[in-house]
Design a protein around this ligand. Structure first.
Ligand code: FES
Length: 571
């Protein structure tokens, strides 16, 4: 193959080429450096990212395909983020992972890359990196885990943790039984098996066109995933030959298809910040409003937890993503390409629903309008979001008295207090949890309810937060309030006792205060005291430069692309 980027390292008889080749040989023959595409496998396998710990085996199968197609596969371990393990929140490190991967792809002699991710932040960070380097790139999602059961009942990974822990707080489940369920939660390799963030992003990677069609959603333990990894290895070599780069694949049409998919599968609200961030790397003018405009009227077709009943293994058995997209094919952009060079819609022709209990047909949806709703008002001038499919229908129009918490610590210190002045109509407000405030925009917005209300049988309340919600959580939760409290704006001015009106059908979120009243109030001293002010390191850089959730919470200087050119050489 001629014109390869890696030839700038390996071609010719210069001293530098000698050095590059000599140190890489270690068993590689001369032919490895003679016009063969060098394919990085950006691999987020890590023992501390348990959802991705099987990716080394997936990488071995990618390698087989790369060799078979005439390329040279090169494992490139990259920053990995275990959602349940890293503190204070994996989201703080998403942009760091993206930046590190971007720089390592640019710095090394590679012509294309296979992206191996799974756990929540890993595929977003890999796609952000690949978009900014703009080398041919294809994703292999690591796949969901198999369904675990406890006492004969399926356990939804994540979702049932919230449910069971609420039962303990309500006194309807013993701590002993709660503990016993723990060993049944994770049955196999793979990421969470609900329609949480990892499942959502894996499926959206395919809807965006960045996977070999038919790959996303294959359970991690299913041998067909390894076969797909092998085929993906072959594909990336072809992509290098065709110069099929992210800037040619990821278009406005791709993001349109991702938003339609997000609604049809009932996907995680976290997808909003990730899609905005990826689009920002490509210069695709995606905005918060597009999620409502494109997705709001798309029907919910997939009956998966947390909004529904089934799990990812069931979705795959029922026909998978292709069967879902076949039902909404008329809503998809017919021209949006995949990494194969062919449009996404061309891969949907034979798709069928094998179990209509899991994947509904278009004429019998679970909900007729399922997309993310984008709210505006004097509480969130730059926007906030809610997932109506995971909310209580009777709370989508609600008016109630605010009970305000200035940090997650403040919330935890007071929520169990039997004297807390709160009732079922109250609106729980948590601030100081945005990208700058926490920092890192943690998944804390699905606030546990006060025990005294749980004992009364209350199972949902309106909650409002400038942070995020776990994709495996549910409830009437207004998220991603922008501007966040720590960045100034009305969300840092409201007080306990203010009356808040949520009207999702009208897309509004307001506090009963005039502009003058809001402007006259100082920011909450307690919130300001709780906001992080890191003095050094990544956190300092992050807090100084992170943008709002309404634009994807990327760092301001990482928006856009730098391409893959590197002109200087150190030897
Ligand atoms: Fe990794 Fe849920 S914790 S996907």
């Amino acid at each position: 193959m001629t014109g390869l980027r890696s030839a700038a390292w390996y071609a010719g008889h210069r001293r530098d080429a000698y050095i590059h080749r000599a140190w890489m040989r270690r068993g590689l023959p001369d032919s490895a450096f003679a016009g063969r595409p060098q394919i990085a496998i950006a691999n987020t396998a890590s023992d501390l990212t348990p959802c991705n710990s099987h990716l080394d085996e997936v990488a071995e199968h990618v390698k087989r395909g790369v060799w078979e197609a005439g390329g040279v596969p090169l494992n490139l371990p990259v920053v990995s983020l275990g959602e349940t393990q890293v503190r204070p929140t994996a989201m703080l490190w998403r942009n760091m992972a993206a930046m590190a991967t971007e720089e390592m792809l640019r710095a090394n002699p590679v012509d294309g890359v296979v992206l191996l991710g799974g756990c929540d932040k890993t595929i977003p960070s890999l796609l952000m990196a690949a978009a900014s380097v703009d080398l041919p790139a294809v994703v292999v999602p690591g796949g969901p885990m198999l369904t675990g059961t406890f006492r004969g009942v399926p356990l939804g990974c994540g979702t049932d943790v919230w449910r069971l822990s609420e039962e303990v707080r309500a006194g309807t489940l013993s701590e002993r039984d709660f503990h016993e369920s723990e060993s049944s939660m994770i049955r196999s390799r793979g990421h969470c098996n609900t329609m949480g963030t990892a499942s959502t992003i894996g499926l959206l990677a395919e809807a965006l066109g960045t996977t070999l069609p038919g790959t996303a959603g294959i359970p991690a333990a299913d041998s067909r995933l390894l076969a797909r990894a092998h085929e993906t290895g072959r594909l990336v070599v072809e992509m290098v030959a065709a110069d099929r780069r992210p800037s040619r694949v990821l278009t406005a049409g791709s993001f349109h298809n991702a938003i339609v998919t997000l609604a049809a599968i009932g996907g995680s609200t976290n997808a909003v910040v990730h899609l905005l961030a990826i689009a920002g790397r490509l210069g695709v003018p995606l905005t918060l409003a597009d999620f409502d405009r494109i997705g709001a009227d798309v029907p919910l077709l997939v009956d998966l937890q947390p909004a529904g009943r089934h799990l990812m293994e069931d979705l795959h058995r029922a026909g998978g993503l292709a069967a879902v997209l076949h039902e909404v094919i008329d809503l998809l952009d017919p021209d949006a390409l995949t990494v194969t060079g062919q449009p996404l819609v061309e891969f949907l022709g034979d798709a069928r629903i094998w179990d209509p209990d899991v994947i509904r047909t278009r004429d019998a949806p679970l909900q007729p309008h399922a997309g993310i709703a984008v709210l505006h008002g004097n509480l969130a001038p730059n926007g906030a979001i809610i997932k109506p499919a995971a909310a209580s229908p009777e709370l989508l129009r609600h008016r109630g008295r605010a009970v305000v918490f200035d940090s997650i610590e403040d919330f935890r210190a007071r929520i169990d207090d039997p004297d807390l002045d709160v009732d079922a109509d109250s609106v729980l407000v948590l601030r100081g949890c945005g990208p700058k405030g926490y920092p890192g925009m943690p998944e804390v917005a699905n606030l546990p309810l006060p025990p005294k209300l749980l004992r009364q049988g209350v199972r949902d309340m309106v909650r409002i937060c400038d942070g995020r919600m776990s994709g495996t959580a549910y409830g009437t939760v207004v998220l991603h309030v922008a501007p966040e409290a720590a960045a100034g704006g009305p969300f840092d001015r409201i007080r306990t006792g203010d009356v808040i009106t949520l009207d999702v059908p009208r897309r509004t979120i307001d506090v009963d205060l005039s502009p003058d009243e809001l402007a006259a109030r100082p920011p909450s001293p307690a919130m300001l005291a709780a906001v992080a002010r890191p003095s050094r390191g990544w956190e300092r850089l992050y807090v100084d430069t992170v943008m709002g959730a309404d634009t994807g919470a990327d760092l301001d200087f990482l928006v856009g692309a730098s391409g893959h050119e590197v002109s200087r050489e150190s030897h």
